[in-house]
Design a binder for this molecule. Structure first.
Ligand SMILES: Cc1cc2nc3c(=O)[nH]c(=O)nc-3n(C[C@H](O)[C@H](O)[C@H](O)COP(=O)(O)O)c2cc1C
Length: 202
């Protein structure tokens, strides 16, 4: 078992354009591994500029937003680093890639911590935030998961939302649910087309 921190990773391309993506960073002794799937913008950026910021945030709008086409979250410069951090980060680590193990599918970028900073206090755990994190992960894997599995997970996770969400969590949750529905509708449309197609030729 390896410890994973769910973070928002910021990277930049050669032009300095910032990219924001939710990524789990994997503990490896005193270092951390960033493992972005191929293809991804994060992977491209790390190849061009081998620095990243791991932003530690409990702002679930950012996690849900990044998975639903809302990627434009405010960033601010970090002293001594080309890559900016997320404004809403409670704290961050500046990571420098020191080795890459490319398995072709999901290259592992071993990073050392260059510096760390705290910006705001951690204000405690919240079940709705945790539920949104779980649904965010499901949404990032929608194409691989059966509909029944997603329905069962949503039924369970919504208990925490109903009991413990504030307005931001309700909004983040609604973005992800809309994304699941879009996926469902697209799959249904495809299914209907296939049936229609068969009919036509049958
Ligand atoms: C909590 C969480 C953790 C994730 N961890 C990873 C990861 O470790 N590697 C990865 O490739 N994608 C991960 N994803 C999915 C990426 O956020 C998503 O594929 C993203 O679009 C990356 O591609 P991009 O760099 O082109 O934006 C994660 C998603 C969530 C919600």
């Amino acid at each position: 078992m390896t410890y994973i921190r769910e973070t928002i990773v910021t990277t930049i391309d050669k032009q300095g354009t910032v990219h924001i993506a939710p990524l789990g960073i994997i503990e490896e002794g005193d270092k951390w591994i960033i493992a972005p799937f191929r293809p991804s913008k994060t992977l491209e950026n790390l190849s061009a500029i081998p620095y990243a910021i791991a932003n530690y945030t409990d702002d679930m709008l950012v996690f849900a937003g990044c998975l639903t086409g809302r990627k434009d979250w405010p960033t601010v410069p970090v002293k001594g680093c080309q890559v900016p951090r997320l404004e809403s980060a409670l704290s961050h680590s500046v990571l420098k890639v020191v080795a890459v193990n490319d398995d072709g599918r999901r290259p592992q970028h071993l990073c050392e911590i260059v510096s760390e900073e705290t910006h705001a206090p951690f204000t405690g755990l919240n079940r709705a935030k945790a539920a949104i994190l779980e649904l965010a992960i499901l949404v990032s894997r929608l194409h691989m998961l059966p509909a029944e599995k997603i329905d069962a997970e949503i039924a369970y996770l919504s208990i925490a939302i109903e009991k413990t969400a504030g307005p931001d969590e309700q909004e983040a949750w609604s973005w992800l649910i809309a994304r699941v529905k879009d996926h469902r509708d697209a799959a249904d449309a495809k299914g209907k087309n296939a049936v229609h197609h068969e009919h036509h030729h049958g």
